[in-house]
Design a protein around this ligand. Structure first.
Ligand SMILES: [Zn+2]
Length: 201
């Protein structure tokens, strides 16, 4: 069954070790901020720093593990139809929109949606790290380090396949930031399966 995350919203769910999570961009050019916590101890969470450090690259794709702050592999990327995701920027938030966009009445953003989705699991706002920003296209200038958010490279129906390497609480959004989805707020779809999906065989 494919589930849908409505535009500018979020969700959280349990993903057991060995289960597969397919993240789908149903309309193209949309971003999903993805977080993972160990179901056994939510003080263990997905770590951008460790994952990038151990991969030796900023842009992670097929074959790359996503590590926790305790250096355990939480998720593995098994297939990737887009090939560009970001793992450096924080979830968009009220403060993002206020500081970068100058909004006077800002939307609560992915940060707010993640907070709401994770509250039932006892995870507090201060425990939200940098998310794995699925389909987010961020260019980095090699010498100055200047970053630029560009429209995602994902086209309608493009997918990313992950496998849980431990029992997890996963949270995902359909991003609320105009800059990250070319100013069209769209949904994100996802599917949980116990076996490897046919398309990735
Ligand atoms: Zn966002």
């Amino acid at each position: 069954m494919v589930s849908r995350i409505a535009p500018r919203s979020g969700t959280a769910f349990r993903l057991d070790k060995g289960q597969y999570l397919t993240v789908i961009d149903p309309e193209g050019e949309q971003v999903s901020d993805l977080l993972a916590y160990s179901a056994a101890d939510t003080r263990e969470y997905i770590s951008s720093g460790r994952s990038i450090d151990y991969a030796g690259r900023m842009f992670l794709t097929t074959g790359d593990p996503l590590y926790s702050n305790r250096s355990n592999v939480m998720l593995s990327i098994l297939a990737d139809e887009v090939g560009r995701h970001d793992f450096t920027l924080t979830p968009c938030s009220r403060d993002t929109f206020r500081i970068i966009y100058g909004d006077e009445d800002p939307h609560h953003g992915c940060q707010g949606n993640l907070e709401r989705a994770l509250a039932p699991y006892g995870i507090t706002p201060d425990e939200i790290p940098i998310a794995f920003n699925v389909f987010m296209n961020v260019d980095v200038d090699a010498s100055s380090g200047k970053i630029e958010v560009r429209p995602p490279k994902s086209r309608a129906g493009d997918r990313l396949l992950l496998r849980a390497e431990m029992d997890l609480i996963v949270a995902m959004t359909a991003c609320s930031a105009g800059q990250s989805n070319n100013f069209t707020y769209k949904p994100i779809d996802y599917q949980i399966t116990d076996t490897l999906p046919d398309w990735a065989l």
